[in-house]
Design a protein around this ligand. Structure first.
Ligand SMILES: [Zn+2]
Length: 511
């Protein structure tokens, strides 16, 4: 009874009291580290910080319109529109009604609005630091690039707030996997979808993705293919076009993503005969200081034609799953990436990534991550720096062939001690062993099949470490080094000879 009475009294008291508004001279608000200065001090209402309307909106890059009659403010930033009326406990964000813990209010003829609500509605993050009484607002939205593990294929998803971009969709059977991956990230629609070129390992799953999601813009290479996979993709794309999507052939174009981010399509030409890989749509993502380059399966001849384009990037999606048909040295140097990501399947039939590509990337200064050991590679950036999450460490082979080792004094220059250990004529493999205790740079070295009169040139920069072996495959097999798909060795007997960079015969097999 007594408890009920005191509760009643408390309620009556609360009803009679005006809402407590306390001016907070010592409350500070920072946006991206910059302290905001207010002409009216922030106010604390029921534990919430209210700040002058114009300052908070404008510091976050939003434009405002003020309606003095209805006391309503409309703040617009990019696609986001926030409408808030003084003393009203609801606001709208892009037409959706949102409950406010504290409404906007007028103090000293200035309209104050809840700082956290405004910041979050505009896509910023807010952290309250009680110790220094500072509301720290970070306007930078996190941008994530997911190199989805679709085996021997490509599917790359760019997640930037409300802006979603998909580059390729894996093989035919990966469609649902990609859709599920996007659903797990709560993707609601796709703003841009890139179909780099008509090979199944790039467009195979795209029809499923287009059916599952509303897509605003589709860009493809314009190369028309007769395959069923391409037909499925095109049917889905054209159906989406009827639903309002634009379907474009690649050419130089730029999409502003807001918040300091943009996505560019870079024209590389359309005259590559029947080498479909070379039609790959080249795209570049720029978020403030951090740049990504996505090359599809573009090969060396196109790479060398576009060296004068704006291709510098911090992160490179390595062309053609790390095949030696891509990643020419000049191109890698021009891009200058610190991170190289290879999308390829575990133990794939092509032997991707090829060792010479890994060596070339290592020499150009890039750290390599790949999907070959399972799981996606995800790169997160705030536009200033970035973190890489991958299921595994860097590709191991690079650690055995570190760039710079060729100039190390611990190199056995003449290559004495490097031998042909065995030639397996039937299985088309050769094992070369460095029996010495020094590393050997095999740039310029040759392996010759005497009977077949054919020559294998070791890749530039290839270093065989002390006491290590390397296997060279031909005839369709794959290994660390791959010669050719054709059979080299005559099964009825074919000696092999190994020559160093000076042309000296170093080893013979059989010895
Ligand atoms: Zn491919």
């Amino acid at each position: 009874m007594r408890r009920g009475l005191s509760l009643l009294l408390t309620i009556m008291l609360l009803l009679c009291m005006p809402v407590m508004i306390v001016a907070q001279e010592d409350t500070r608000v920072t946006v991206d580290g910059k302290l905001l200065s207010f002409d009216v001090a922030p106010a604390l209402v029921q534990g919430r910080t209210l700040v002058p309307l114009r300052t908070i909106f404008e510091s976050l890059g939003a434009k405002i319109e003020w309606d003095g009659v209805t006391k309503t403010v409309t703040g617009t930033k990019g696609d986001t529109k926030v409408i808030l009326t003084v003393d009203k406990k609801t606001a709208t964000v892009n037409g959706k009604t949102v409950e406010l813990e504290v409404p906007g209010t007028i103090i000293d003829n200035r309209t104050l609005v809840p700082a956290r609500f405004i910041a979050e509605a505009l896509g910023a993050n807010v952290v309250w630091d009680a110790g220094t009484r500072t509301a720290r607002i970070t306007s930078a939205t996190e941008l994530k690039v997911h190199f989805i593990d679709v085996g021997q294929a490509d599917a790359i998803f760019i997640d930037f707030g409300n802006y979603d971009i998909l580059i390729d969709g894996g093989n035919n059977e990966d469609g649902q996997l990609v859709v599920d991956y996007l659903k797990k990230l709560k993707t609601d629609d796709i703003e841009i979808l890139i179909a780099t070129h008509p090979h199944e390992d790039h467009i195979g799953g795209l029809d499923d993705v287009i059916k599952a999601y509303k897509v605003k813009t589709i860009v493809d290479s314009g190369y028309v293919h007769s395959s069923k996979t391409y037909e499925d993709y095109l049917d889905a794309a054209l159906e989406e076009k009827e639903n309002g999507a634009e379907v474009l052939k690649d050419t130089d174009m730029s999409f502003e993503l807001g918040g300091g981010a943009k996505f560019d399509v870079i024209e590389t030409g359309d005259d590559f005969g029947d080498n479909i890989n070379n039609y790959s749509v080249l795209t570049k993502l720029t978020y403030k200081d951090v740049k990504f380059l996505f090359t599809g399966d573009m090969e060396k001849d196109v790479e060398s034609k576009i060296l004068n384009k704006d291709i510098q990037a911090d992160i490179l999606k390595v062309g053609h799953h790390g095949s030696s048909t891509s990643s020419g040295r000049e191109f890698l140097d021009k891009v200058g990436a610190k991170i190289a990501v290879i999308s390829a399947g575990q133990d794939n039939e092509y032997g991707h990534p090829h060792l010479e590509t890994l060596v070339a990337i290592g020499r150009s200064g890039g750290n390599i991550y790949s999907t070959t050991k399972g799981g996606p590679v995800v790169i997160t950036t705030n536009g200033v720096d970035y973190q890489v999450q991958a299921g595994q460490e860097q590709v191991e082979v690079i650690e055995q062939n570190l760039p710079g080792q060729t100039t190390s004094p611990n190199i056995n220059a003449g290559g004495s001690g490097v031998i042909i250990k065995v030639i397996d004529l039937k299985n088309e493999t050769v094992i070369i062993e460095n029996t010495s205790d020094k590393d050997v740079d095999m740039t310029g070295w040759k392996l010759v099949s005497v009977e077949g009169n054919q020559t294998y040139n070791f890749p530039d920069g290839f270093v065989l470490k002390a006491k290590k072996t390397v296997k060279i495959a031909s005839g369709g097999g794959t290994s660390e080094l791959n010669w050719t798909k054709a059979n080299i060795w005559n099964n009825s007997g074919d000696p092999g000879e190994l020559y160093n960079s000076n042309g000296d015969l170093v080893s013979k097999y059989p010895r």
